[in-house]
Design a protein around this ligand. Sequence first.
Ligand SMILES: N[C@@H](CCC(=O)N[C@@H](CS)C(=O)NCC(=O)O)C(=O)O
Length: 209
Amino acid sequence: MIDLYTWGTPNGRKVSIMLEEVGLPYTVHKVNIGEEEQFAPEFIKISPWSKIPAIVDPDGPGGEPISLMESGAILIYLAEKTESSLLPTEPRARYSVLQWLMLQIGGVGPLFGQAHHFLKFAKHDVPYGKARYKGETLRLYGVLDVRLEESAFLAGDDLSIADIATYPWVARHEWHQADLDEYPSVKRWFNVLTMRPTFEAGMKVPFLN
Ligand SMILES: N[C@@H](CCC(=O)N[C@@H](CS)C(=O)NCC(=O)O)C(=O)O
């Protein structure tokens, strides 16, 4: 049974959606980042940067336990552990998945996250920060929309860990003030994924599981 350390955020929900998709049983451990539980010494042993999500798999490579931080690494690990088509082995398909996954890890997550900070949570009004990160966020929506106009999913014809990584961020579109009607292909993709029972279940973690 995999131990999942998470909270109700886009990064956390990537992993619960993934666990639902591949059908691995898991135990949820809530790490309330609003109460600074991420700084508990026991959690830092698993996640040195004090960030959720993290997992511990008692049945890791070689039959030994493994702990992992960083959502991208966790998605790759779980896909490979289960030999899932969510990360294909055929090289062209695999690199397509990895490039869209990396765009999420290096672009969508950090920039949407900063947009949330300046638009919703900053203690002071910072017009430059709001404009900068909302602008960069909408620029990324444009990239996603062009891509999803030409293919059903981010990496191509099939669902992949790149979609799983990106979906929970787009689910917060109201927070970063993106109007999905202006990005019809993103909206089509978002609605398709929202209908999947695995995504619905994963998005409820850790509060309703
Ligand atoms: N690059 C990391 C980012 C994880 C991350 O930013 N987690 C946030 C919640 S979405 C967190 O734990 N924040 C608590 C903190 O920074 O103290 C990943 O993809 O896993």
